[in-house]
Write a new protein. Sequence first.
Length: 387
Amino acid sequence: MVELFWLLLPVAALSGWWIGRRGTGRHRANGGPLRQDYFQGLNYLLNEQPDKAIEVFTRMVQVDSDTVETHLALGNLFRRRGEVDRAIRIHQNLIARPTLSRDQRTYALLALGEDYLRAGLLDRAESLFQEVVDLNAHVEAALRSLLEIYQQEKEWDRAIDVAERLEARTGQLMRRQVAQFHCELAERERDRGEINNARQCLRRALKADPNCVRASVLVGELERSLGNHEGAVEALTRIVQQDAEFLPVVLDDLGESYAVLDAEDRFQRFLAAVPEQARGASVILRQTELVRKREGDEAAQRFLVETLRRHPSVRGLDQLIQFNLNADGDADSTELSVLHDLFSRLLQDKPMYACHQCGFSARALHWQCPGCRSWASIRPIRGVEGE
C-alpha cells in the first residue's frame, strides 16, 4: 500500500498541473468539476484508497497534447500493479492519437513494448522496441529490453549483436555477457555434434573476455570427450590465471586427465603452485589424497594438520577425523564416528555457491543466476564452512 501511494503521487501531481494549466477563470474561482475531481482523487489517495483514486484520475483526464504525460504515468502504474491489460489499452489509445509529438509517440511505443514484454507477448514487444531503435529515441532503454527478450528466447546471436551495440552506445562494458552468450552457442553446437563450430564459439568467448572461466571449463570438457587429455589439462589449468577460486569446479576432471596421462606428479606440482589465497578446502583435500597415495596415511595426516592451521575448514576437519577413526570400536572411535556423522550432515545441507549480486545460493553452479538473472555472478562460497 505504501509503495502504491508513492507510485500514484506522480499521477496526482501531473493531473494537478494539467488542471492548473487548463482551468478557466470560472473554474478557478468557483471550484469547477475538474478541480473537484482532482481534489476528490487526491483525498482518496491520502486516505489510502488507491483504487478509487486511480478511477478518478483516469476519468478526469482527456487525451490531448497536455495530458499525454499523465496517461503515460497511469499506464506505467497499471503495469507495475500487474494490470497489464489496462496499461496496454491506455498506451494503444495514446499511440492512435495523431496529435502526439515525435518524442511522445516514441515514449508511448516504448511503454507499450514494456506492457507486451510484461504480458509475455515477446514478438509484439520486439517489434515495438525495434521501431523505437529505428526512430533513434530512447535507444538505450529499447536495446536493454531487446537484450532481455533475446535472452528469454535463447537467440544468442541476436543477444550478442544487441549487447555490442549497447556497449558502443553507452560505454558500459558488456564483454562478460557477450562471452557467456558465446558459451551458450558453444554448448548448442556441441550438443548438435558440430565440434568445430563449438570450438570457434569458445574462441570468440575467450576473445570477448579472456577471464571467462566458463569457456575454459567447456574447452576442457570438449577435449576430454575427444580423448585429448593434454588439451584438457591446458584449458583447465588456465583457470588459475583467470579466477583461481573456480579451480574446485574442475578438480575432478583435471585429476582424471592427469591420471590418464600418468602425470600425477605434475598434478601435485600444479596444486602446490596454486596461490595461497586461493587454496581452499577442495585443493587441500586433493593434495592430501595425492600425498596419501605416494607416502601413506601418516604422511597425509601430517600434511593435512599443517595445512589446516593456515586454512581451517569443516571439510578438512572432517577428513582429519576420518584419518583418526579406527576399527577397534573403543570409546574414542565411537565419539569420532559421531562427529564424522554430524559434520557429514552439516556439509550435506550447505550451499556451495552464492550470487554476489542478490545472495541466491545453491549446491550446483549456475552461470546465470536463477534469482537476479545476472551472468557470472555466482561464485564458490569461501570460509570455514565453504572453500
